[in-house]
Design a protein around this ligand. Structure first.
Ligand code: PMP
Length: 435
């Protein structure tokens, strides 16, 4: 086997990929450059990561300066100035009462960290029997064993099924084509779906349940927007039963829904928030779990010299990532990115919904600058039509993403109507050409 093809790509059909590799060699602003010299308009902001655009000059400069100043320092019993500063800024953006920040290196690590903090919290309060975790069907919480266990994507789970965590259940998902197809923004129907938690509370006794984790807006499984009132109802039930509520905001934090967090936009405050991606604009890998003060306080008992939480990563609070994070948050502020995204949202909504009526389009969903176009699967080949549209768009110079037959969109926070027009014209042509 030639080592030219040694890279085993994640979440990729590798054999097909290597027949005609798509290779990016550069990026600037809203465009990628490929190894064959083409310019591609990025309609996905990296992988939901890069809302400010690629190679943002201030972030590049901050990372360059940091790497020449302090390349690495551990965060075990020692810290670094950039990590301390970034935690302070993230806490200041977070909902009131959520003032503690635990750094990780990815969304998956943030999720597993949040689940572990939830378990540690209950144990510290003398409720060590609260170990059950509840996710949701069609939830995506990364690929580590905790996140995989609470995740609800059959394809991700099936190979590893016997190795998943025990004591995990799933709420039903919030999608119903009959009740919400083509609704714009939040569907009016479906708040009562949150009551599914009552079923699990009754089944196991609520006193055994540690936490519920959901994405406020499910991203990877095709932009499932929470029905109006759904998240508030989930919050209410968690409060009633003493269950911690975790919002996985790896996609939705830092401007993707036109606010610092989806929690902010929906006005529902969870107990823990997981983040990654937009924290550093994707420039250096980093994640963070934002934690309610009361959870932190519950864990800060016992003798002061004893480590309170036996958990952490070699690269927690890495100075390069933290410098990228500080520059990213500064750019969001200076460019008023979150308000700008709110301004782009109505244009995005109108354009994405203009594809209604195109061949095989069975639903269109949007919230913030997240959008999905669902195509009817081709007979006997689920996902093939979606992939063909992705390929056609790539060939035509626009990068989108397909999750099976659901086309996904995540434009830059400062997208122009012209750019959005080009993205959706390209997609329209592609959908027609594969019909
Ligand atoms: N949670 C959510 C909601 C995500 O969308 C993702 C990644 N798209 C993850 C967790 C996992 O993040 P990572 O790939 O950085 O591990």
């Amino acid at each position: 086997m030639s080592h030219d093809q040694a890279f085993w790509l994640p979440f990729t059909a590798n054999r097909a990929f290597w027949k005609s590799p798509r290779v990016i060699t550069g990026a600037r602003g809203h465009y990628y450059t490929t190894d064959d010299g083409r310019q591609l308009l990025d309609g996905f902001s990296g992988l939901w990561t890069s809302g400010l655009g690629h190679c943002h000059p201030q972030i590049v400069a901050a990372v360059q300066e940091q790497v020449a100043t302090l390349d690495y320092a551990m965060s075990f019993q020692v810290s670094n100035d950039k990590a301390i500063a970034l935690a302070r800024e993230v806490a200041a953006l977070a909902p009131a009462g959520m003032g503690k920040v635990f750094f990780t290196n990815s969304g998956s690590e943030s999720v597993d960290t949040a689940l572990k903090i939830a378990l540690a919290y209950h144990r510290a309060r003398g409720e060590g029997q609260r170990t059950r975790l509840i996710g949701r069907e069609r939830g995506y919480h990364g690929v580590n064993f905790g996140g995989l266990s609470v995740g609800g994507i059959p394809g991700n789970r099936k190979v590893f099924s016997t190795a998943l965590l025990p004591g995990v259940d799933h709420l039903r998902h919030t999608y119903s084509a009959a009740d919400m197809a083509f609704s714009k923004g939040q569907p009016a129907w479906g708040a009562q779906l949150a009551d599914d938690l009552e079923r699990l509370a009754a089944l196991h006794d609520a006193s055994n349940i540690a936490a519920v984790i959901v994405e406020p807006v499910a991203g990877s499984t095709g932009i499932l927007v929470p029905p109006i009132g759904y998240l508030a109802r989930l919050r209410e039930l968690c409060d009633r039963y003493g269950i911690l509520l975790i919002f996985d905001e790896v996609i939705t934090a830092f401007g993707r829904v036109g606010a610092p967090f989806a929690s902010t936009r929906f006005g529902v405050t969870p107990d823990l928030i997981t983040t990654a991606k937009g924290l550093t604009n994707g420039v250096v890998p980093m994640g963070a779990v934002i934690v309610r003060d009361t959870i932190y306080d519950a864990l800060m008992q016992g003798p002061e010299h004893v480590v309170e939480l036996f958990h952490g990563y070699t690269y927690s609070g890495h100075p390069l990532a933290a410098a990228a994070g500080l520059a990213t948050l500064a750019a969001y502020r200076e460019e008023d990115s979150f308000a700008r995204a709110r301004g782009v949202e109505p244009v995005f909504e109108e354009m994405i919904h203009s594809l209604r009526g195109e061949p095989n389009v069975v639903d269109i969903r949007n919230f913030g600058l997240m959008g999905g176009i669902e195509l009817a699967p081709r007979d006997g080949a689920p996902g093939a039509r979606g992939f063909d549209v992705f390929l056609k768009c790539f060939e035509a110079g626009v990068v989108i993403r397909n999750g099976g037959d659901i086309l996904q969109f995540s434009p830059f926070l400062d997208s122009t109507p012209d750019e959005l027009g080009r993205i959706f014209d390209t997609v329209r042509q592609a959908i027609r050409s594969v019909a």
